[in-house]
Design a binder for this molecule. Structure first.
Ligand code: MSP
Length: 479
């Protein structure tokens, strides 16, 4: 039986959902929809969620004069609401404050200790709360963390460490052989480079004094689990590791999506934890670039943070997904041009797809009384578009689907079916032409299903009805 398990990172609750989070979530949503068609609904599992522990969250809660729990409840709900508005079809939403998660993380920690991969040692280092990680002197600019523009704290404490060295050779082997495939390949090379350079063991705990909000180390109440060691196992706790049916069915993950800034955690720490537990590694890590907004880093201070709700309100959920995936190719660092959204919406969706559906169905309705016998056989180009989707080349797939959209609109202009309709002698030619157009439109709608599920369903319903008629309302309203 074929199955497909895919995940997004679980998002920190110290900020409201923005289009960076939405982008990753939409990637997973489209891929999940694609595999549901292929393997059936029950054989696909799409997990997302929120990462709710750590010093940074405690700090944000305190700023708002809320308890950490009340604060995380609030922001986690904002993520759920945003995904609902964006019509994200996830199967599970895990929160690291869920009892089910906390319990299994503690069991995992005990297993790791029993297996002898943890050891206690003194640690002194510079800790950036913004990154939730220790950073080295060489990474600082003017004594500050360049990503968060804040002075890191000097932290000295006794911590538990994970013996990463023990697992690096095996991890490197699996990455090289593409057993743990990292795409794009530039990211694979980056990870192999990191391993070659030498990468220290990581601590799996923090003193309660520095991080009061987290999961207790089961054997030492003065220590909390390090936020990454708490967060990464979400990918298996959500499946009820170790005994759950879901775990047995879906692990290992088929694709884990992430942004490039968290590659070290996913490509080294996570595989090491899995190997220590005796579990298979995910089949693929799909790493995408960060994007900027009109050339600038997205930040609250600059006031250029875009929330997915704003886009959904303006364009609707499905068009928003289209606009996010069609602007740039997967894997690249790119710049989102806000003004492009409306231009692209009108050009591709209103004038392109919407107009085409209207024209074809209107002509079939008017000239043929809505009657056409279609074979509903997918066109040849759909194979290549589907292949792009399975290779995570979403933009390229969309470009392949838009080629026939443009071509058909041009062909209609050129062949002028309305002229043929005036001459009864041309009736069979007209019918042949409109049949061709409708067949092609059907292929377009089928290929668009993972991207624009309800729009394509509308088109398919029209084309497969006893009598074809044009849509009651335009599929997209001009902006
Ligand atoms: N909580 C950790 C992940 C733990 S996973 C076990 C975390 N959370 S986060 O809220 O910072 O989300 C990071 C992810 O959001 C990125 O990896 C990426 O998928 C997405 N993005 C956040 N900002 C983004 C951009 N500006 N551009 C593209 N994606 C972005 O890290």
């Amino acid at each position: 039986m074929k199955k497909f398990y895919l995940t997004t990172p679980i998002y920190y609750v110290n900020a409201a959902p923005h289009i960076g989070h939405a982008y990753t979530t939409v990637l997973a949503d489209v891929l999940a929809a694609y595999y549901r068609q292929l393997y059936g609904k029950d054989n696909v599992y799409f997990l997302t969620g929120t990462d709710e522990h750590g010093a940074k969250v405690a700090e944000s809660a305190a700023k708002q004069k809320l308890t950490a729990q009340a604060f995380t409840d609030q922001v986690s709900q904002q993520f759920k609401d945003a995904w609902q508005n964006l019509e994200i079809g996830y199967d599970d939403f895990i929160r690291t404050t869920d009892k089910r998660h906390q319990k299994i993380v503690q069991e995992i920690l005990i297993k790791l200790k029993d297996k002898g991969v943890l050891y206690e040692a003194d640690y002194e280092g510079l800790y950036c709360i913004g990154c939730e990680k220790f950073i080295s002197e060489s990474e600082l600019i003017d004594g500050k963390c360049p990503d968060h523009n804040r002075i890191p704290e000097i932290v000295k404490e006794k911590n538990w460490f994970f013996n990463l060295q023990k697992f690096l050779p095996e991890i490197a082997k699996q990455i090289k052989a593409d057993k743990l495939k990292i795409v794009p390949s530039t990211r694979k090379n980056e990870v192999l480079g990191l391993i070659k350079q030498g990468i220290p063991d990581f601590s799996i705990s923090r003193s309660v004094k520095s991080v009061p909000w987290g999961i207790d180390l089961p054997w030492d109440k003065n220590q909390k689990a390090y936020v990454w060691v708490d967060a990464l196992p979400n990918y298996i706790t959500a499946l009820d590791y170790p005994q759950g049916e879901k775990f047995k069915k879906f692990w290992p993950a088929d694709v884990q999506f992430l942004g490039l800034e968290i590659i070290k955690f996913h490509a080294l720490y996570w595989p090491a934890i899995l190997l220590a537990l005796g579990l298979p590694l995910p089949k693929m890590l799909a790493v995408h670039g960060f994007f900027t907004i009109d050339g600038k880093k997205m930040s609250k201070t600059l006031g250029n943070v875009i929330h997915p709700d704003e886009l959904v309100k303006e364009y609707g959920a499905e068009a928003t997904k289209y606009l996010l995936l069609s602007q740039f190719s997967f894997g690249h660092e790119s710049d989102i041009k806000v003004s492009e959204f409306t231009v692209k919406y009108n050009a591709d969706l209103v004038n392109g797809l919407g107009n085409l559906v209207n024209r074809v169905t209107n002509m079939v309705e008017q000239y043929l009384e809505g009657k056409l016998a279609l074979t509903l056989k997918p066109a040849k180009w759909t194979v290549a578009a589907n292949k792009d989707i399975s290779n995570l080349q979403f933009r390229e797939a969309l470009l392949k689907i838009w080629e026939p959209i443009h071509k058909l609109n041009e062909q209609i202009d050129k062949t002028k079916p309305w002229e043929l309709a005036k001459d009864p002698a041309q009736h069979s030619k007209l019918k042949k032409l409109l049949t061709e157009f409708s067949e092609e439109l059907y292929s377009i709608a089928k290929s668009l299903q993972p991207f624009l599920p309800s729009i394509s369903e509308k088109i398919i319903k029209i084309l497969t009805a006893k009598k074809i008629s044009k849509p009651k309302e335009p599929l997209f309203k001009r902006k």
